[in-house]
Design a protein around this ligand. Structure first.
Ligand code: NAD
Length: 475
């Protein structure tokens, strides 16, 4: 059974099936599985008030206390991972093994914040007068409004909430209305771990109304959003108008560069796995494939064999490797991009169609010979589609790879150190993966440049955007 859903405000679960809200669907069947209750305006104000009051004591809590709560949350997360993962599969569609892995990996992120929050150091700066003591201290920024997406409904929220709470901030989170169960589960974890009331709150409602209400409130000092570039820009502009800090983890359009000297078979197998993960609805999904002419045919043949072997189905069915898209809106967007690529001369080698009568399935798709002017080479596909094109020399491919406004992740396959160095220096992105994918570990910073965002989540950088700097000079 799909769980009942709630807001979580000032330490209380607030909900009920009879209040205003919206339906939640299983994207594999299109059937309604739950009801998401919205918070009223008064309840949004209650959440703001609670987060503001809680900040007054949480800001000066010992990092040891914050670490202890976070460690308890991590332990409970592992205990409940199967249950949380199964519900993610129901409202998001991803295969249950991927969903459970997302939850287990999140436990590591929470532990990382628990460990690192004890190392938020300041510094003592030598002074020009021996009587003067100069200190630089880092303090929590204040109440944070956070907005997290549906593609990794648990882990994307965890990255924000664990860092903010570890830094001494309080949080009001609006999660994804498409896949809300993981967010309610996260609130339960913090509640059961003994987090004081008001430090973490979740609210639901019309996204634009909730974000405006929270961002414009003088109680909120920081805005963190993960989602699409257009919405990120809107929220950053609103935050800017009130001089509030932002961190933005936005869309990407990851170039893949397969060089003539690459281990082509290995590249094709790895890239087929990365491509169908979460049905391609991943901000770092490989999404523009540039293959050097000498190995183009070999790569296409191996990649097609791997993609054609992918088993598509309900995420709870055994053996399913790829589930549906999260909603009909995404399927329509993917279909438009594929049609446009074909009208520009691209050749569909695999897929290219919806699958089945029920749900929002789209087949794993390869389109060969896609020119740079096609929309799919410029707009993030966010679906299981791989557009392929050839290149001849490295400077040409760098220019083409850097030609879009996105700058999140990238992939390079080569056995040459010279090529690896040249490409990793030249790519305008936040993350470069050479001969594998090695991102999103808690100890590594994750984030983009250009339109792909501002700030990093993970690594020692994870607290930077939740802290402000204060200088103290004392005589
Ligand atoms: P969308 O922009 O229509 O909605 C995506 C999410 O943004 C929804 O969950 C919604 O709650 C939220 N949202 C929309 N308007 C908002 C507002 N004014 N205030 C606060 N939240 C708001 O996009 P979609 O069709 O669901 O997803 C497609 C795009 O979203 C992709 O192209 C991708 O760029 C982006 N996306 C990115 C990530 C990421 O990890 N960076 C994750 C999910 C989606």
């Amino acid at each position: 059974m799909y769980p009942e859903l709630f807001n979580y405000i000032d330490g209380q679960f607030v909900g009920g099936r009879d209040r205003d809200g919206q339906a939640v669907f299983d994207p594999a069947t299109g059937e309604t599985i739950g009801h998401l209750p919205w918070a009223s305006r008064d309840e949004l104000d209650h959440a703001l008030d609670a987060a503001g009051r809680a900040f007054e004591h949480w800001r000066s809590s010992s990092p040891m206390v914050r670490a202890e709560v976070l460690r308890k949350v991590a332990a409970l997360t592992r205990q409940r991972a199967d249950d949380i993962g199964r519900n993610i599969t129901l409202d998001n569609g991803k295969p249950v093994a991927e969903a459970v892995a997302e939850v287990m990996n999140s436990a590591e992120h929470i532990e990382w914040s628990a460990e690192e929050c004890r190392r938020i150091y300041g510094r003592v700066v030598p002074s020009r007068d021996p009587q003067v003591r100069q200190l630089v201290v880092r303090e929590p920024v204040g109440v944070c409004a956070a907005f997290s997406p549906w593609n990794f409904p648990f882990s994307q929220a965890v990255k924000k909430v664990a860092a903010a709470i570890g830094a001494g901030c309080t949080v009001i989170l609006k999660g994804p209305e498409e896949s809300p169960s993981a967010i309610v589960a996260l609130a339960r974890l913090f509640h059961d771990a003994g987090l004081p009331a008001g430090v973490f709150n979740i609210v639901w409602g019309r996204p634009a109304d909730v974000s405006r209400h929270l961002i414009e409130s003088p109680i909120v000092r920081k805005v963190s959003f993960t989602g699409s570039v257009p919405v990120g820009k809107q929220l950053a502009a609103m935050a800017g108008a009130h001089m509030k800090r932002v961190s933005m983890e936005l869309g990407g359009h990851s170039p893949v560069i397969v060089c003539d000297d690459a281990d082509v078979d290995q590249a094709a197998i790895l890239l087929s796995r990365y491509k169908v993960r979460n049905a391609g609805q991943v901000c770092v999904s490989p999404s523009r494939f540039y293959v050097q002419s000498g190995v183009y045919e070999q790569f296409v043949a191996r990649f097609k064999a791997a993609i054609d072997g992918v088993k598509v189905g309900h995420g709870l069915d055994e053996g399913t490797q790829m589930g549906p898209l999260v909603h009909e809106r995404r399927r329509a967007a993917v279909t438009e991009l594929v049609d446009d690529a074909v009208s520009h001369g691209g050749e569909v080698l695999s897929g290219g169609t919806s699958v089945g009568e029920k749900g929002f399935f789209y087949a794993p798709t390869i389109i060969a010979g896609v020119p740079d002017q096609a929309r799919i080479m410029n707009e993030e596909p966010f679906g299981p589609v791989a557009p392929l094109t050839r290149f001849d020399d490295l400077d040409e491919v760098l220019r083409r790879a850097n030609s879009v406004p996105y700058g999140l992740a990238s992939y390079v396959f080569t056995t040459s150190i010279k090529n690896a160095t040249h490409l990793s220096n030249g790519l305008e992105v936040g993350m470069v993966n050479i001969n594998h994918s090695g991102m999103a570990h808690p100890e590594l910073p994750f984030g983009g440049v250009k339109d792909s965002g501002v700030g990093s989540e993970g690594g020692t950088e994870t607290f930077d955007s939740y802290l402000v700097t204060k200088m103290i000079s004392q005589i």
